[in-house]
Every structure is written in C-alpha cells, then in structure tokens.
Design a protein around this ligand. Sequence first.
Ligand SMILES: Nc1ncnc2c1ncn2[C@@H]1O[C@H](COP(=O)(O)OP(=O)(O)O)[C@@H](O)[C@H]1O
Ligand SMILES: [Mg+2]
Length: 212
Amino acid sequence: MAALRIAIANQKGGTGKTTLAVNLAAGLHRRGATVLLDADPQGSAGHWSRVGGAGNDMPPIESLDGTDVDAAIGRAAQAKRYVLVDCPPHLQSDRLRRVMGAVDLILIPVQPSPLDLWASVDMAAAIREAQAPNKGLRAYMVLNQLDSRNALSRSMHEALDEFDLPALGNGLSRRAAFRSAALEGASVYGLGRRAAGAVQDVEAIIKEILNP
Ligand SMILES: Nc1ncnc2c1ncn2[C@@H]1O[C@H](COP(=O)(O)OP(=O)(O)O)[C@@H](O)[C@H]1O
Ligand SMILES: [Mg+2]
C-alpha cells in the first residue's frame, strides 16, 4: 500500500504546527509505521526526540536537512505507511515548495480568529500553485486552540466561508494536555487519562483525514 504523506504547514509561527504534527504522528503510529520529518531548521519537533519522554509512544523523528527534501520524503514513503512533515514557518523557501510537491495532504493549523485566518491567505495561494503540478494534493485548515465553551464567532464563520481552502470539521481544543505533552517529550497518547479529551480531538482529525 502506498504511504500517505502529510505536511503540516503555515507561514505564521505559533499556530500549532508542531503540536498537530507530533500528536497526529503518534496517533497514526498506532495504526501503521510512521515517521515524523522535521523540516523546520529551528526544529521543535526534534525537541521531542531529545527529551524522549518516559514510556515513549512516539514514532521516530528525523530532521530533514539539506534541500533534497522531496527525495527524502520519497525515501521515507518507501519504508513507512504514514510520513508526516513539520514545515518551517515561512513561505519564501524552496524547501516548502518542494515539500508541497511531494505530499498528498497539507494541513494548515489556524487559530479561530478571522485575523489569524487572513494571515494565512498567502498559504492558500502557495497551495494553489503547488496543486498545478501535484494534481492530487488535498489541503485543509485545521482550527486549533478552540475554546470549547464558545462556538465559533459569526465573523469566523464568515471568514471561513470566504476563504479559498476548506476546513476540517474537527479541530483541536485549547487544552493543558497539549502543553504538558510537549514539556514531557510525549504525545497526548502517552499521558493517560488526564489527556483523554486531547486524544479524542486527535482521533477525530485522524478519522476525518483517513475517511474523507
Ligand atoms: N490546542 C492547544 N492547546 C494548548 N496549547 C497549545 C495548543 N496548540 C498549541 N499550543 C501551544 O501553543 C504554542 C505554539 O504551538 P506550536 O505547535 O509550537 O506552534 P508552531 O509549531 O506553529 O510554531 C506551544 O506552546 C504549544 O504548546
Ligand atoms: Mg513548530
């Protein structure tokens, strides 16, 4: 079976790329052999492999150096069922273009505010460009740091409607477990019952992307 190759990207920093990449990788790793490629030179995904939390449930994390990132993704896809790529927070790089040319799916975490959404408008344009040569490329926004007490504001719904890229129906709530997991070098799957809600968030996203 061909590997599913997923890039997590947004040129804006701090939107939850690494959080989503690490936890999706952990959830997919429970389903099939997975590798997380860290394409961010300021790589924070690599932090996980260095911290190496207790009872580590993490798939291997490899840093994606050099410019030949598309070849590296191709090699990983030969050996694994799921290949995830945590992308650098800028658009101007040749690396990001190459990554977008070498994956099946791009997930773009955004905070649930219209301003944050519009800050990602250049991403939408870059993805359209990547879709010209990479015909099967799918791309979705993923709402992150949702506040479960509040429904999305009406202005956020309006902004989502106007935006060129579809959003997944499931997102990540703002939860302490996502921060704790990062501190402990684990994923939310490794935290036990205190992270049950966070695991549910990640599982819902996985089900949605595996059964579109
Ligand atoms: N759903 C969430 N709930 C709580 N904290 C979160 C959540 N998503 C991200 N964070 C925190 O927000 C900060 C930025 O997230 P990060 O994944 O590092 O973003 P990026 O990789 O896009 O720069 C981190 O401190 C992270 O722990
Ligand atoms: Mg990051």
